[in-house]
Design a protein around this ligand. Structure first.
Ligand code: OOG
Ligand code: NI
Length: 273
């Protein structure tokens, strides 16, 4: 477990940049100055399987040890996912969203592949400092990846990328040069980024106190047992939060919107190069 939040997020960020080169360009585009002081990270997200050794709670333990607290929970029936979000009492710290695939609800073939992967994870590695940016702990072939992809984009992404932040999120509320999410999206499109249009470019609304958009994932080369293939890696999200009746900004997530954000790592649409 890490001893301090800043070090953990710095490691997560560097690991994310390795497969998400466009994140630097996003900062250049949205920041009001070279230092990028107005780029504030709203949250990061992690994925896993609901298998004891590597379940959601095992990932969450890293954040609970740093003072984070469990807040909301979310269900995604069609995608067979369950998620929780975590917040730190110091509300300047990023929020954390962790989901897990409900493996037992998937086909026997998928279950067998996933169990074979998870068996290769050393239980000790899961509580090690670097677990949340340790990538994969297993070997998969490209054909196994394709088989997973046919049933669950989420499972396929996990097989290829494993444990790492799958996105960082620009807090639109903190940007000096932009007020609305529409204007952020327009700047991204003008700069050539492909946005996730599933459920519309903007997911959510002021009524649910949260508007979100995201880029489609970059592509990175993954080493499968039978060769290297470029596949969707990680993406960047943009979130604008609205105040609740008490005047404080909403800090939760919105399941209907999250359901669409998951699709930012889908391969069917064109990805950012
Ligand atoms: C997480 C998708 C949900 C949000 O902000 O609603 C999400 C993922 O793609 O793993 O990030
Ligand atoms: Ni997100």
């Amino acid at each position: 477990m890490h001893k301090d939040i800043n070090t953990l997020f710095e490691c997560l960020w560097n690991n994310y940049l390795e497969v998400t080169p466009s994140a630097k360009k996003v900062h250049q585009l949205l920041a009001s100055s070279e230092q990028g002081d107005d780029i504030i990270n709203d949250h990061v997200a992690f994925r896993t399987f609901n298998i004891g050794k590597v379940g959601l709670d095992k990932l969450a333990a890293h954040f609970l040890a740093l003072g984070y607290e469990e807040k909301g929970e979310y269900h995604f029936e069609a995608k067979k996912l369950y998620a929780k979000h975590f917040e730190h009492p110091d509300d300047t710290q990023p929020k954390v969203f962790i989901s897990e695939l409900l493996v037992e609800k998937c086909s026997p073939a998928l279950q067998a592949l996933v169990h074979k992967m998870v068996e290769q994870v050393d239980a000790g590695a899961v509580s090690a400092d670097d677990f949340l940016y340790s990538g994969t702990h297993w070997q998969v072939s490209h054909s196994d990846y394709e088989a997973l992809l046919a049933e669950s984009e989420y499972a396929a992404w996990m097989a290829a990328y494993g444990y790492r932040a799958n996105h960082f999120t620009v807090s639109v509320n903190h940007l000096s040069n932009f007020e609305t999410l529409e204007s952020v999206n327009q700047a991204l499109k003008d700069a050539g980024f492909t946005l996730n249009t599933s459920g519309g470019e903007i997911k959510g609304s002021p009524e649910v106190c949260l508007e979100q958009s995201s880029t489609m994932a970059d592509k990175a080369e993954v080493s499968f047992t039978d060769g290297k293939v470029a596949i969707p890696s990680c993406f960047y999200e943009f979130a604008r939060r609205y105040p609740l009746a008490d005047g404080k900004l909403y800090t939760g997530f919105v399941a209907a919107s999250a359901d669409k954000i998951f699709e930012s790592t889908n391969a069917k649409v064109q990805c950012n190069a």
